[in-house]
Design a protein around this ligand. Sequence first.
Ligand SMILES: *[C@@H]1O[C@H](CO)[C@@H](O)[C@H](O)[C@H]1NC(C)=O
Ligand SMILES: *[C@@H]1O[C@H](CO)[C@@H](O)[C@H](O)[C@H]1NC(C)=O
Ligand SMILES: *[C@@H]1O[C@H](CO)[C@@H](O)[C@H](O)[C@H]1NC(C)=O
Ligand SMILES: *[C@@H]1O[C@H](CO)[C@@H](O)[C@H](O)[C@H]1NC(C)=O
Ligand SMILES: *[C@@H]1O[C@H](CO)[C@@H](O)[C@H](O)[C@H]1NC(C)=O
Ligand SMILES: *[C@@H]1O[C@H](CO)[C@@H](O)[C@H](O)[C@H]1NC(C)=O
Ligand SMILES: *[C@@H]1O[C@H](CO)[C@@H](O)[C@H](O)[C@H]1NC(C)=O
Ligand SMILES: *[C@@H]1O[C@H](CO)[C@@H](O)[C@H](O)[C@H]1NC(C)=O
Length: 797
Amino acid sequence: MKEKNFVFTIIVMVFVPHVCFACFTDNQEYEYRLKTGSTFYMECRCEQPTSSRIMLQWLDTHDQTIEPSGPGTKSNVYTEWWDEVTYSLYITNISKSISGNYKCVTDYNDQIHYRTYDVEAYDPPYFVNTKEAQYVVSGADALINCEARGETDPLISWHKDGNEPIEITDDSKYEISGLGLLIRNITDEDTGIYKCTANDFETGEEVNIDIKVEVITKPEIEEVTAIPDNVAFEGASIAMDCSARGIPPPEYTWRKVTQNENGSKINYEQVFNRIVFENITASDRGIYECIANNSAGSVSKQIELKVLVPPTITQFNNVTAIEDGTVQVVCKASGIPIPKINLLFLNEETDDHSIVWDSKNISDTETEFYLSFLRVNRQHEGSYICNASNDVESVTSEMHMSVLYKPHFSKPTVNVWGWDSNPVNLTCDYESNPPSNITWRYQGSNISTNVQLEINRRIIENENKVPIDFNNETMYGVYECTATNDYGEAKKIIVFLEGFPPPPIRNVSIQNVTSTSVTFSIEGPEEIPGPNVIGFTSEYDLAENYNITNIHVNRTWAVGNLYRINKLKPNSSYLIKFAAVNDVGAGAWSDSMEFVTLEKSTPEEPIWETDSESISEGILKWRKSDDTDEQIDFYYIRYCPVLDLVLQYELCNLEMIEPTTQFDLNKLESNTTYYFELVAHNSLGNSTVATNYITTPVKEPSTISAAAVLGIVVVIVFLVLLLLDLILLLWRKQGIIASCVNKKKKVKQADKLDERDKKGLLRDNAESTEAKVPANGHKEYEYNKTTGVITGKHSAV
Ligand SMILES: *[C@@H]1O[C@H](CO)[C@@H](O)[C@H](O)[C@H]1NC(C)=O
Ligand SMILES: *[C@@H]1O[C@H](CO)[C@@H](O)[C@H](O)[C@H]1NC(C)=O
Ligand SMILES: *[C@@H]1O[C@H](CO)[C@@H](O)[C@H](O)[C@H]1NC(C)=O
Ligand SMILES: *[C@@H]1O[C@H](CO)[C@@H](O)[C@H](O)[C@H]1NC(C)=O
Ligand SMILES: *[C@@H]1O[C@H](CO)[C@@H](O)[C@H](O)[C@H]1NC(C)=O
Ligand SMILES: *[C@@H]1O[C@H](CO)[C@@H](O)[C@H](O)[C@H]1NC(C)=O
Ligand SMILES: *[C@@H]1O[C@H](CO)[C@@H](O)[C@H](O)[C@H]1NC(C)=O
Ligand SMILES: *[C@@H]1O[C@H](CO)[C@@H](O)[C@H](O)[C@H]1NC(C)=O
């Protein structure tokens, strides 16, 4: 810095009185303005060097004599004789505290003269509140601080850098104030070095400072992303990144916006702008915020982290219910997203209005499903499955509901029959949960004490069974069995009765007679003193033998069967008697009755024996009617395909086959429904027509067998020969074909006739059967999947 000493010299008046011996004889004053810290040097000369005694003295600001001393003294104010007539004052490092009047004094004959030097230190201008690096925000107005202080208010001027610094003056862009430089509407171009100069006019001192101004921008978040995704499975590791622009580069802070449940801890670590979750848990889900911050401001952006948790069933307990009471089955499950629950009952579906259900979300991860049984019954017992599923998975859990109920007897009263040497157990089979205690009571009368004791002993020995293994009339009577558990009791009355064989049957009439069979209608006895009738037995013989011997042919039927006797002789008279049968035995015989079989006749209608197994093997089966003892000569079989549910009469085939009981379906079209008519024939004529619909089995496409290959080869050879023969025929009218032409024509005509006859024969019989096809040729069919048999829906038409 350039220093300027302004020396204000006040009028100097010099008198030179030759008679005096003072060094100077006048008073003079001088002013010096010095920058703080600078050095002041002043000589005081004796202007009368001839005087015998030189008398000079320096006084400081407090009028104290400053003793002469050389340099190196500690004081920064000292004096020194320069030569014999020059006495100098030195002030090094002048400051305000030592500013003031310094005087050089000469004294002669009490005449004192001063040379007064007013030495004042002043401060150069200096900057306050002025930083060398300042930031301004783009887009706004900003003040670049530069404030200076000095002895007076310094004048501030500004320059902007560049090759040739330009002076900044007030205009629309800039405004200069005592506080600094106001720049309007900051842009990036305002970045630069600004020189701020402070000038103190009074002292002429000037200082300047280079201020580096940087334009900063508020952060702007470009992206907040989750890697790999913001939807993660529990246990996965993910990271979330935040990237932002801004000058100076922003700093990043992450925080979780939503509160963690039950105060679980933050589970991530932040590295610069990224947070990393090593092991995601359900409580980590929520909203996270990235805050980008620099000196220009801060911005934030949020991202939601979703966590997927497979469902878990947290509660599905076994329950025990009491019949007719209420119970609730609860299935609780948790997961994210919140699972959906449904309950399945493993037993049969019950359309039960006493069961109601409801569901409720407990929290945003847990849900509950209630199944309320308003009135429990035994059918509700069983296993229930709770199925909880969400987008992640579906899980199931099983529970068992047991129902407690009081004892129950399906038949509260039963009759039990006992008879001669037939051991019987009287049982008390109850249903209950838990099992019941059984007690028995016997209500016999007119029995001896011994018998009563014996009965009591047996009752006590056997819990729910009273074995009666001897025939003792006195044991008959009424027994009462009581089953008791915690939920109630039930009684069962067992009436133990003596059983007898059934009484004679009421009526038998003949229903049907053929040449070899007879069918009866039997009316059993009305009321019986014993077990139910289980069947009927009969003995019969030719009328001429009936009275000759006691040993007859016998036949027994179970109740409900067709009471029919076969293999009788045609055109014969028979005698027969009947008796009813129960567990005790056969009752008394009825009177004998007579019937006469018919004369020999045409065969009975054959009986189909179709089953899916034989049909799938390609065999159609039937059997001879039991009533037919006559020899069957042959069968007629006619089959017609059914296409699109319409019987195709024009495609029918008729075959006459040997007395057999099966027909090969494999020669028919596979997987096709056929209408079959079957007629048995004997020496007297035809039976009625047995009809049936059969779907032929599906032929599995088989690889050509060796035999088939051979067959194909033979056919090809044959065709070649035929071709040769044909050529021969055309060429020479010779060869096998030529010789056959006439013969063949005749044979054909005969065939046709034969066929027409047979068809006519069949149709006569067929007209009497029920399955006649209506004139329009349409018929509806029902297909039975299990047997493969199609039956007409309206077969009575
Ligand atoms: C459970 O429910 C889901 C959705 O309704 C279903 O896809 C799944 O098959 C069910 N699981 C069982 C075992 O029933
Ligand atoms: C629930 O009941 C089932 C069937 O009775 C049984 O196997 C299972 O152990 C029971 N579970 C519990 C927890 O008692
Ligand atoms: C009666 O019960 C006993 C013992 O359980 C058994 O051995 C016997 O065969 C039963 N008698 C009858 C007729 O069921
Ligand atoms: C069944 O019998 C047992 C033992 O005799 C007894 O402890 C129990 O209380 C009885 N239970 C009922 C329901 O009577
Ligand atoms: C026996 O039954 C036949 C046929 O139902 C009937 O005609 C006849 O009158 C009955 N006889 C007696 C005695 O009931
Ligand atoms: C019934 O007849 C068979 C022989 O046909 C004979 O062995 C049996 O003893 C007879 N039964 C009765 C009860 O006569
Ligand atoms: C049937 O029997 C009667 C006598 O019992 C006899 O006259 C008649 O010729 C017999 N009919 C036939 C076809 O044998
Ligand atoms: C058998 O025929 C039925 C009806 O014509 C058809 O739907 C089915 O596909 C056929 N099956 C095979 C194996 O050809």
